[in-house]
Ligand binder design. Sequence first.
Ligand code: PRP
Length: 220
Amino acid sequence: MSEKHTQKLVIALTKGRILDEVLPLLEKAGVIPAEDITRSRKLIFDSNLPNVQLMVIRGSDVPTYVELGSADIGIAGKDMILEYGSRGFYEPLDLKIARCRMMTAAPVGSILNMPRLKVASKFVNIARDYFSGLGQQVDIIKLNGALELAPIMGLADCIVDIVDTGKTLSANGLEPRALITEISTRVIVNRASMKIKHTMVQDLLQRLQKAVESSQPNGS
Ligand code: PRP
């Protein structure tokens, strides 16, 4: 019996904003959830393809499921992948959606010339790596949200966060400073699945690649 008839492919999707942009791409690639994912409390779904299942989890958990092999394929923001920090999976495809920037930000006009900077972030590994590359000494303060408050309340000198429109920063008296990296949504693949389920994985990657290309107006 061929690989296709014997094996399941489990795809871990990131819930929230990314999901809204990923579902149309998956549909273009021929994968349609058997029920409305966005309205259900379920966490795992069948699809129109008998051998493909979809999980919906937090973006920060997608790399864990894929590296450890409970999901074959994951769809997650580059921010989550960088913060996870492991190279224990392949990252073959950029879906070019949910694009934003990982940046430092600080109160408007503030001068950051202290020998040791207090930096608040959800992305502590990204922040540590970035400032270490600059040779800047830092104290990293881990927060789980509303990072913009940290400089206002004197908890930190600056933050490392996702910037999309920049409205959240400006609404809180902060301004973007340095670009750390561009972020977009990526496809990651478990190393063993890439070999053992090669045909299924490559087939899906090719269909997703075509879906991405057809969604880019200028081929960017
Ligand atoms: C992100 C980020 C900023 C905001 C930036 O938060 O942490 O707060 O989006 O977007 P903007 O530049 O368009 O204003 P998100 O809404 O994802 O919620 P979170 O705090 O749970 O991360």
